[in-house]
Design a protein around this ligand. Structure first.
Ligand code: FEO
Length: 394
């Protein structure tokens, strides 16, 4: 098997899943990776496992380096099954291994697998002596679950960051500088937007802690390993974690008979006339995960829907439910759409926007049946005014 080393003592022993296209509702057109790392020091330590169907691949990769029975420690940084569901299979081959994890991790592993291992609960400041290197534990609750933890290897200065700094991308090259960095950063942005967006405050806290450490390598549990572009991805995490935005406006809509679509295009023209970058997504055809990636840095979000049964179209309901859960910060929004008689979509969208944490400061625009010339002018002005407000906030 192709053997990849991160440093003198650290090997890549994870698996590349080229075929997964849906990661709990997040589309992954470039596939997924489940990264696991083996530290062979005076003690042998496995950092995380992989998703259960790839357990044998992990064990095969370990076996070509060392007998799995010689693993002294397994660090479970996160109990989500993409990282822990191979643990039972690994424990069968490494029954003497001690499993180090947070208290939330311990209860989670027992509940997930109905198995109890030789657990050692660790907390912030705890250190594991491996010989030449030491492993420091840093719990980072809610990056991405309450049990989440990262750990730092002294000496070789590697941060095992678990979900943080990850990307869903399948490649045969394991390092950032061996890949198209624009593709990697694009996937890192999409990953942050779809997985970590609700946890910005925790991201900022974690990044502040990391500033104190000399880091040569960031080894996440998904995607490529960072060794050249560390300052770029850390700066991005600070920007996103602080909820900062750019002068970009996302217009997401769906249309029953074409009127809301005409409105959307006219509003976009008004946005462009104000000198702001606009992006248009029709939700009956757009990929929700991609839209959310674009929303991450957008200063403004305009949501449009025809009225259906006094509410919004189902495609828009799905987007708004997803957005509400992700709780973006630092954004303004407004609603628009056409109706036939009573209306209702605009109010429903505004309520959902507010509950998603988006500031609704500008009245929306709605119109009956088909826009006439005056209404088209109104849509243009609506877009231009909204864009000017976004610009004023940057
Ligand atoms: Fe990659 Fe939250 O698991």
């Amino acid at each position: 098997m192709n053997q990849v080393k991160l440093s003198e003592s650290v090997y890549y022993v994870g698996a590349v899943d080229w075929n997964t296209r849906d990661f709990h509702g997040y589309t992954t057109p470039r596939g997924v990776t489940y990264n696991s790392y083996l530290i062979v020091d005076e003690k042998v330590c496995l950092i995380d496992t992989v998703k259960a169907p790839f357990a044998q691949e992990l064990l095969d990769r370990v076996s070509q380096i060392i007998d799995p029975a010689k693993i002294d420690y397994i660090i479970t940084n996160h109990i989500e099954p993409d990282h822990s569901s191979a643990l039972p299979a690994v424990m069968e081959r490494a029954p003497q291994a001690k499993v180090l994890l947070t208290e939330h991790g311990r209860t989670g592993i027992i509940k997930h697998y109905q198995k109890s291992y030789d657990f050692q609960v660790v907390k912030e400041g705890d250190v594991l002596d491996l010989g030449r290197n030491k492993l420091h534990f840093v719990p980072v609750p809610m990056l991405h679950w309450p049990d989440s933890m990262i750990c730092y290897l002294t000496g070789e200065q590697i941060l095992f960051s678990n979900d943080a700094f990850g990307q869903h991308i399948s490649t045969t090259k394991r390092f950032d500088d061996e890949n198209d960095i624009h593709e990697v950063l694009y996937e890192a942005e999409k990953y942050y937007a779809n997985i970590l967006l609700p946890f910005g405050k925790m991201v900022v806290k974690a990044v502040d802690k990391l500033k104190e450490l000399p880091i040569q390598t960031i080894a996440p549990s998904h995607g490529v390993v960072w060794r050249k572009h560390i300052p770029d991805i850390v700066a991005k995490y600070q920007f996103w974690g602080q909820g900062k935005t750019t002068d970009k406006i996302i217009i997401a809509y769906d249309s029953m008979w074409g009127s809301t679509e005409r409105m959307a295009r006219q509003i976009l023209d008004g946005v462009a006339a104000a000198g702001v970058t606009g992006k248009l997504y029709k939700m009956s055809t757009a990929d929700r995960s991609e839209v959310i990636r674009d929303v991450l840095e957008a200063g403004g979000v305009l949501i449009g829907s025809s009225t259906l049964n006094n509410g919004m179209l189902p495609s828009m309901g799905a987007l708004m439910t997803y957005l509400k859960g992700l709780r973006p910060t630092g954004k303004v929004g407004a609603a628009f759409g056409a109706y036939g008689w009573g209306g209702g979509a605009q109010n429903a969208i505004e309520e959902m926007m507010k509950s998603a944490g988006i500031a609704v400061e500008q009245p929306g625009v709605s119109l009956k049946w088909v826009p006439d010339e005056a209404e088209m002018d109104k849509c243009f002005e609506f877009g231009r005014e909204f864009a000017q407000k976004v610009l004023a906030r940057i």
